[in-house]
Design a protein around this ligand. Sequence first.
Ligand code: AP5
Ligand code: MG
Length: 195
Amino acid sequence: MNNIIVMGMPAAGKGTVCAALAKEFGFAHLSTGEVLRAEQAAGTKLGLMAKRLIEAGNFMPDHIMIPLVKEVVVKSTNTVGTLFDGFPRTKEQAKQLHVFLYQRKQPISAVIFLDVSKKVAVERLLKRAQTEGRADDTEEVISNRWGHYNSKTMPVVSYFSKLGMIKPVPADGTPEEVYEQVRGFVKEMLNVVAE
Ligand code: AP5
Ligand code: MG
């Protein structure tokens, strides 16, 4: 099992990169944002709570997110590994996931950090607001998401960085350029002979 965490600020390209990796290599793709949006669409109690918090650009509490992710991991079998997209987002989530996967003898293989500039990220989000109409892609909510990212998620980057687990990838380029770099790294990690 190769568990890979994909990190980066909103619109760094986590979802785009993970979808391509899942397709090419057969990873399970666990996007906590997508899980919450699906709950929202299904109108569950969790979904209602998620709607309120996501639309304001705030995080869901750790005591809800951590068991939710553990449950998905336990149920996920028969894949080459899992891509964690949007989780962990707080230091508590990071520590708990780290220990949980270690105890399951499926430790984290790598943490890919998609390094995008704020200017490029905002442009992508405002563009998506026009095409997809995601409720949290307004300028005001983007600014709040960004604030939480800086205060709560950047410490997670430092946490993995101190452990020597971070693989930074420049992410201002086109989807193809970004993916090519990530792909090369993952191929090496999986010991697949590069084409
Ligand atoms: P989540 O859905 O994870 O949102 P996010 O982290 O803000 O990131 P995005 O999905 O907007 O961006 P991305 O990096 O995936 O980029 P993407 O590939 O989509 O979370 C949403 C909310 O859920 C959170 O704010 C929080 O409230 C809650 N939540 C989720 N997880 C949580 C957790 N663990 N704990 C607590 N709360 C949690 O690309 C963005 C756009 O850019 C797309 O339109 C895409 O087509 C385009 N694009 C991508 N790459 C490129 C490229 N290289 N060039 C040009 N365009 C590109
Ligand atoms: Mg995403």
